[in-house]
Design a protein around this ligand. Structure first.
Ligand code: 0O2
Length: 220
């Protein structure tokens, strides 16, 4: 390993430096997503992203996750084993937008895709649905380039509504909610999935009717 790289590696394990890297990574990814959205709007006259949220995981949440996964609370463990310290949530209108956006993100040359978790195709037992992309983005520092991990969660407004409220409710029970609460939350997740499906088919029907109208120059 080159001396210069070793120096960067040593610096990585410095808290402030790490937070600088994760913050920079969030900025980089958000900018790319904004540009993607603008390009999409320009080409297709359609905006797939409703809104974007981002956050840096709190130290408390980092320590809890390390403990949960059987690691000691060290900065090195945090960098190596926690992949969602920098998190970006992309909220879009329809389920079809999710895969469209994932494909666009996958095509970004600067992004290195580490792994994907498709909770759309395989929802979690809780009912959670979302599409997660774990990537690294190169951050240029004065000492060199540091590939920095970011988790991108892509979901619809309905999925985001469910996940935000479920997170709040479950949090109150510290992950140990009574069975009937978990079952009710799963039932709500099914309602949300049906709603997403209905909204998608309504949108497709409207687009089709609009296309026919434009061809005929008449009314829908
Ligand atoms: P917070 O408060 O959002 O930070 P990995 O990240 O792949 O190394 P992990 O964490 O086991 O391993 O992956 P998983 O299960 O995909 O969870 C990652 C994140 O997805 C979670 O982060 C949540 O943000 C979200 N998530 C996963 N499952 C659920 C769920 O059942 N309900 C809700 N509301 N969100 C979920 P954190 O660290 O758990 O929490």
């Amino acid at each position: 390993m080159a001396e210069e790289y070793r120096e960067i590696q040593e610096d990585i394990y410095d808290w402030q430096n790490i937070m600088f890297l994760y913050n920079a990574a969030i900025k980089e990814v958000r900018t790319k997503l904004d540009i993607m959205n603008d390009e999409f709007q320009y080409i297709h006259q359609y905006n797939p992203i409703e809104y974007i949220k981002s956050r840096i995981k709190t130290p408390e949440s980092i320590v809890n996750k390390l403990k949960r996964n059987g690691y000691e609370s060290t900065i090195q463990n945090m960098v190596e084993h926690i992949n969602d310290i920098a998190g970006i949530r992309v909220v879009c209108s329809f389920t079809s937008d999710i895969y469209r956006l994932a494909e666009m993100i996958g095509r970004q040359r600067e992004f290195n895709i580490l792994y994907i978790k498709d909770y759309m195709k395989h929802p979690k037992e809780s009912g959670y649905r979302s599409y997660h992309m774990h990537i690294t983005v190169p951050i240029q520092t004065t000492k060199g380039v540091v590939p920095t991990k970011v988790e991108i969660q892509i979901r619809t407004i309905a999925m985001d509504f469910w996940a935000s409220l479920e997170h709040k409710i479950y949090y109150k029970f510290e992950g140990d909610a009574p069975d009937y609460i978990s079952q009710d939350l799963q039932a709500c997740a099914t309602i949300v999935a049906n709603l997403d499906e209905k909204m998608l088919s309504l949108n497709e029907a409207i687009m089709e009717a609009k296309g026919r109208q434009e061809k005929q120059g008449g009314k829908v």
